[in-house]
Design a protein around this ligand. Sequence first.
Ligand code: NDP
Length: 676
Amino acid sequence: MSIQNVSSFAAGHWIAPGAGARNIASAITGEVIATAGNDALDVQAMLDYARNVGGPALRKMTFHDRARMLKALALHLREYRKAMYELSFNTGATQADHLIDIDGGIGTMLVFASKGRREMPDSTIYVDGELEQLSRNGSFMGQHICTPIQGVAVHINAFNFPVWGMLEKLAPTLLAGVPAIVKPATSTCYVTELCVRLMIDSGILPDGAVQLVSGGLGDMLDHLTCQDAVAFTGSADTALKLRSNPLILGNSVRFTSEADSLNASILGPDAAPGTPEFDLFIKEVSREMTTKAGQKCTAIRRIIAPETTTSAVIEALSARLAKTVIGDPRLETTRMGALVSAGQKRDVLEKAALLGTEAERVFGNPDDFQVEGADAEKGAFVPPMLFHCASPDTAKHVHASEAFGPVSTLMGYRDLAHAIALATKGQGSLVASIITHDAEVAREVALGAGAFHGRLYFNNRDSMNEATGHGSPLPHMVHGGPGRAGGGEELGGIRAVKHYMQRTAIQGSPDILTGIGQQWVPGAKESDAGAHPFTRHFGELAVGETLYTKPREITLEDIEHFANFTGDTFYAHMDEDAAARNPFFPGRVAHGYLLLSFAAGLFVEPNEGPVLANTGLDTLRFMKPVVAGDSLKVRLTVKKKTKRNDEYGEVRWHVTASNQDDEMVAEYELLTMVAY
Ligand code: NDP
C-alpha cells in the first residue's frame, strides 16, 4: 500500500512533507497510510501572504460576493464528496459519520452562504443594531458597525471532524472577509487536505484566502498581532497552553476555544418507563454514545435519570447498545467504527479505568467484544461502555474526566434540583439535553443550568420526529460553552461572522452616519429626483431620495366607512363616550390601519412600473391619535437597497405620516421589490 504524502498549502504553493514529518496510521488496520509535516514551513511567509494578498482581496468583496463564493465552494465540494468519504473511512468513521462530518460541513457552509445574502448587506460595512439618539435635536447620533479584522484567522482543529471542523470555522471567517490558515489535527489531516485541495483547485477562492498546515504549526502563534484571531478545538490542556502564550496575551489576540465537555442528558421526572419520552431518551443516549464511536465534543458523557428509574434505564440502554455492530466502517452492516488511533484507544481505556474507580461498568467489556471485518487487536476498536455511579454527589472523575469514546456514566437523581446540581458539576458544558413533556421542568432546568451550558436541547413526543439530535451543533445556533468547555462561542448565524470583525461605535451627524453605513438616517440629506420614486428602477434610486405627498383630510365618514367595510368596529373608533374614557384617546379616533391604507393611497404611483411588490412592513409605531378633521401627509425616503437576484432588489423605505401640525402620527419601514 502506498503512503500518502499529505502536503501543506503555503503562500500559494503545495509543500510536501519533509524533515520532522509524522506518520499517520489507519484507524482500522493500524498500518501507516500517510505522512505529514515539514519543519521547513515558513510560517512568517504564510502569515504575510494571508495579510497582504488574501485579506485585501477578500475585503474588496461585499458580504454578498463572499456569500456567493461560499455557495459555489459548497456546491463544488458536494460534487466531490464521495472521494472524501473514501479517504475518511480510514479515520474509523462509518458512512453515517461521514454524513455528519462531510455533508454536515458542506451544509453548514450553505447556511452561511444563505444567511450572508439574507441578513447582511451587499456592502463592505455591516451596520450592527439600531441607531442611538445621542442628542435632543438629532444632529448627533450613534451607530455600531463591524468591519473585518485585517490580519489572519488561525484555525486549529480537532481530529474528530476533519471536514466539518474546518468548514464550520471557515464559512463565517470568509464571510467576514478574513483569510484563514487551517491547521487540522495530524491524525486525520489527510481528509482535510483533500477538502482544501478541492477548494483551491476550484479556482473559486481568491489567492491567499485559505492556506493549510498539515503537521506541526511551528511557532506561528508567536507572530500574531491584534488583527489576528485563533479559534481552537481540542483538549483543555492544549487550549490552556496555547492561550497562555505571552504574545497572544500581550497583543490581546482573539482566542476562542472549544475543549473538553462532560455533557449531560437528563431524563425528566415525568418521563417514566412506558412514556414516549423514556423510549426517546434511550434512543438519543445510545445514538450519542455510538455515533463517531463517541468521539464527539457534544456526546453524552453523563446520563442523569430519576433514582427510581436507573434499573430500567440500564436494562433498556444495554438492550439497545447490544445491537451495535462494531467493525470495519466500510461494511454496510457496521453501526460503529473505530476510534481514530491506537493513542486515542489507550487514552479512552485509561479514562474508562478511572471512571471505574467511582462507578460500576454495567455494559460493555473492552477485553471481550466482537469486531466484524477487521482485526480487533490492530484497529483502534472499543465497545460501547456504560457505567453506573451510585454516589454522584461525592464522585469526582465522572464529572471531570472526558473519555473521548463510546463511554457514558449513568447517575440517579432524587429531585429536579438534584438533577440540575449534578448537571452543573460538569463545570461548563457545550450542551445538555432534557427529555421532558413538562414545560415547568424545562423552565426550571433552563434557569438552573442555563448559565453552565452553551446549548440546552429539549425533546419530547411533540418534537421527536423533527428534532435535530442532542449532539448536532447547528449553524443557526451557538456552539461552545463556558468553563471546562473552553469559554468560547462559534456558529449562531451572523454572530459567528462578527467574531472575525471589529465592532466600532460610530458617533456623528446623520449625514456622516448615512455615508458610512450606506443606509439613510433620519435627519440626513434628502434628495428629490424630480420623478415619482415608484417610476424609477432599482439602479436609479438613490439612498435619501424622498417623496412628500399632499395632505388628505380624514373625516368621520372615512372612519365609519373603514369600520363597516373591514368589520373593525372597535369602540375607540365608533363610540365617542367610551373612547373618551380610554386614557389613550381624546374621543373617537381613526384606525391605525386606516392611516396606513390612506398613506399608501397618498404615496403610491398607480401605473405599471418597476415596483413589483410590497413585501412587508417593519417597526410600525403609532405615535399620536388622529381624529376626524385632522389631515394626513406622508414622507417616503429610500433608506436602504439590497440586491436580491438577477431581476430585482429590495428597497427599504423609511416612512413617516404626520398631521396638519407636523406632528408625527406613525412611522414605519416599508419593503418593496424593485426591478433593475
Ligand atoms: P489536542 O488538544 O492535542 O489537539 C487539538 C489540536 O491542537 C490539533 O490540531 C493539534 O495538532 C493541535 N495542537 C496540539 N498541540 C499544539 C501546539 N503546541 N501548537 C499548535 N497546535 C497544537 O487534542 P487531541 O486531538 O489529541 O485530542 C485529545 C483529547 O482532546 C481527546 O481525547 C478529547 O478528550 C479532547 N477533545 C475534545 C474535543 C472537543 O471538541 N471538545 C475535540 C477533540 C478532542 P496535532 O494533531 O498536530 O497535534
